[in-house]
Design a protein around this ligand. Structure first.
Ligand code: ZN
Length: 251
């Protein structure tokens, strides 16, 4: 896409890379144009107006004009830096993982509004700390897969359509009632609260989805399902997760 005149977009910086002594290349998830790459020229000069806005998690308005292969930023007006995250290593890495996750599942020139809302709300939840980091992660992952249209359908039995779902099969990403579970390769019978949590995540808007807590058993089951579903749907080894494992930041 080449722009004849500058455009204004709203979005969040997913990643930021130094390209020489002065300039940075940002990947931004925008409300209007999906994911895009843009150069912040001079962002590394100490007096640059782009210093703070050229970092991951910066959220606000960016004015862009189009070059041949990517955009240049001519103006930014940042409303949220999520700077609190820098005080908590674990939360900061989780936020980086969320950004990396979004980098892989979103596209250019496509409607990624829901994923942007989800990412923004997830970072807000990491700052607030009302619910555990791990639960925030499982909610984020399941909702992102729901937005993508690949999460297992959790309101009725995959086989017979009955509305009393009780178990999960990672082999075919299905949710089953107790009767159908007998003939399917079920690897996890689910607590009612887990089913309810999944249904809540699937049907609640991204802004309001980080609003519940669960007990240990339910958290374990959510972990089990999201782990399998993320593994199945996203063929990507996340660098941030590897770093977190290396630092023993993950349970
Ligand atoms: Zn059934």
């Amino acid at each position: 896409m080449i722009l004849s005149s500058p455009i204004k977009v709203m979005g969040m910086v997913l990643s930021s890379m130094k390209i020489n002594d002065y300039d940075k290349r940002l990947v931004i998830l925008t409300k209007e144009n999906g994911k895009l790459a843009a150069f912040a020229k001079g962002a590394l000069k100490p007096n640059s107006q782009y210093v703070a806005g050229s970092q991951s998690f910066a959220f606000g308005e960016f004015v862009l004009y189009g070059g041949k292969d990517s955009f240049n930023i001519t103006q930014m007006s940042i409303t949220e830096y999520f700077s609190e995250l820098s005080e908590d290593l674990e939360a900061a890495y989780m936020a980086m993982y969320f950004c990396e996750f979004m980098t892989y599942i979103t596209n250019e020139n496509s409607d990624e509004k829901e994923q942007l809302k989800l990412l923004y709300s997830a970072l807000k939840a990491l700052v607030k700390k009302n619910i555990s980091l791990n639960l925030i992660r499982y909610i984020f992952e399941y909702k992102a897969l729901t937005n993508l249209g690949v999460a297992p359908q959790c309101f009725e039995c995959t086989k017979c359509g009955k509305e009393t779902v009780k178990s999960y099969s990672s082999i075919n990403s299905g949710m089953y009632c107790l009767d159908c579970a007998k003939s399917e390769k079920i690897d996890q019978v689910l607590h009612d609260s887990t089913i309810y949590a999944l249904q809540f995540i699937a049907s609640t808007s991204s802004e309001k989805v980080f609003s519940f807590t669960v007990n240990e058993q339910v958290e374990y089951e959510l972990k089990y399902i999201t782990k399998h579903e993320v593994g199945k749907n996203i063929e990507q080894k996340f660098k941030t997760l590897e770093v977190m494992q290396g630092l023993s930041l993950m349970k």
